[in-house]
Design a protein around this ligand. Structure first.
Ligand code: ADP
Ligand code: MG
Length: 398
């Protein structure tokens, strides 16, 4: 490479096209596998632009961490704003506040909302009742409509009590003959929080509960592939590596965790100077996040030939760095060679299957049955630990 070319390439990533697209604060244009929930939001809130002033819709989004609650609400809110703009003069503002960051204080939350309309609005002094009146006055004066999303709303309920929501959900009732200006999205992790609310508040909210189930393995795979297509260079990650991330995250169904692993694995590949994110980078990223639990405790509990078998898995994975899983047949061949090198009598085929079942039950390896793309069905062996740390740990504990 000429020195000019190397200077030009300095600081340019071999892996990322735009790393920021994996940031938690980035709102992607689409949310695969949330189409029906997006549709429910649209159905609930489209009245704000179809019949401005006539409706004050409310909905609740419920789901565990990483199920896309924040992303869904933000995507929808920004889209609805854009739709209002297309209609012409309707001024609709989507405001997303995180109740946790504002310590669950309704006064701080309302101040934050008002300051979106008046950036210099004084930060202290008014009670939440006064602030609520001020907010409605501001909306009237500006002839504006507000779609307010209260994220991590349980913090608000905990701190201010259920009555705070009562005021918000009933805000329009004391404003006879005035246009309805507020739409409300409550975002919660657990639906049981709702049972702490009084019946009146509940009745207005309960009609539109939008549930986000944890993502399944294949849904995570689609999400990862989509996010990788936005953030990574073309061909910088294989389906094999994406599939491994999906496998590792399937039990939690948490897209945030999956995207974090994708980001870290990409960083790792970059650090090693690779052009591609390999399964080993994924395993290292997973390990760097504190998963899986300590290797050594597990290693101490297994026998010599289980360790040699483990070493054989390591060698096979290292021999095929593009692969996240290797076949039992190839591991067996490698095991026989490991035994020969060490002057050990290899154990029988049947015994090896038993050892593998033990290793898999402990979690030192992961096994799955091959699906499409492979002739017949064979058992595939993979690993959640980085192969290099596994090798080191086994060799030190033989
Ligand atoms: P929650 O608020 O439920 O904890 P987030 O909305 O913060 O979850 O989602 C976590 C991460 O996963 C974010 O980076 C988000 O953009 C991403 N994400 C979640 N669901 C999807 C999806 N269906 N498609 C693409 N990215 C998603
Ligand atoms: Mg969130």
């Amino acid at each position: 490479m000429s020195s000019y070319a190397s200077i030009k390439n300095l600081g340019r990533s071999s892996i990322f096209e735009d790393e920021g697209k994996l940031d938690v604060s980035y709102v992607p244009p689409m949310l695969p596998h949330r189409e029906s929930q997006y549709g429910s939001l649209l159905q609930t809130f489209r009245g704000i632009i179809d019949n401005p002033g006539k409706v004050g819709p409310k909905a609740i989004i419920v789901g565990r961490i990483g199920t896309g609650k924040t992303a869904l609400s933000q995507r929808f809110g920004l889209d609805l704003e854009a739709m209002a703009k297309e209609r012409g003069s309707l001024r609709l503002q989507y405001v997303h506040v995180n109740c946790h960051l504002l310590r669950g204080s309704l006064a701080l939350i309302l101040t934050e909302v008002i300051s979106r309309f008046f950036p210099n609005f004084p930060r202290r002094g008014l009670s939440s009742e006064e602030l609520l009146q001020t907010l409605m006055k501001v909306l009237d004066e500006e002839d504006a409509y507000l779609l307010l999303a209260l994220d991590d709303a349980e913090v608000l309920i905990q701190r201010e009590g259920p009555a705070s929501l009562y005021d918000l959900t009933r805000i329009h009732e004391g404003r006879l003959n005035k246009p309805l200006r507020l739409g409300l999205i409550l975002i919660l992790r657990e639906a049981w929080v709702l049972s702490t609310l009084d019946q009146a508040t509940l009745s207005t909210l309960q009609r539109n509960i939008i549930r986000l189930p944890a993502y399944g393995r294949n849904e995570l795979f689609d999400i990862l592939r989509y996010r990788a297509s936005l953030a990574l260079k073309k061909n910088a990650i294989s389906e094999e590596s994406l599939g491994l991330i999906a496998d590792l995250c399937a039990s939690e169904g948490d897209a945030r965790f999956a995207i974090e692993i994708l980001l870290r694995a990409g960083k790792g590949a970059e650090r090693y100077g690779n052009q591609r994110v390999l399964p080993e980078h994924v395993r290292e990223a997973y390990g760097s996040l504190g998963y899986p639990p300590s290797l050594l405790d597990y290693l101490r509990s297994i026998g010599l030939h289980e360790k040699l078998l483990l070493l054989a898995v390591v060698k096979e994975l290292q021999a095929s760095p593009e692969k996240a899983y290797v076949t039992m047949g190839s591991v067996e061949r490698s095991y026989n060679m490991v035994c020969e090198e060490r002057g050990e009598q290899p154990r029988s085929h049947t015994q090896l299957w038993k050892y593998m079942a033990t290793l898999s039950a402990i979690g030192l390896v992961s096994t799955k049955i091959s699906g499409e793309g492979q002739r017949g069905k064979t058992t595939l062996i993979g690993m959640h630990y980085p192969a290099s740390s596994m090798e080191k740990a086994v060799l030190e504990n033989l």
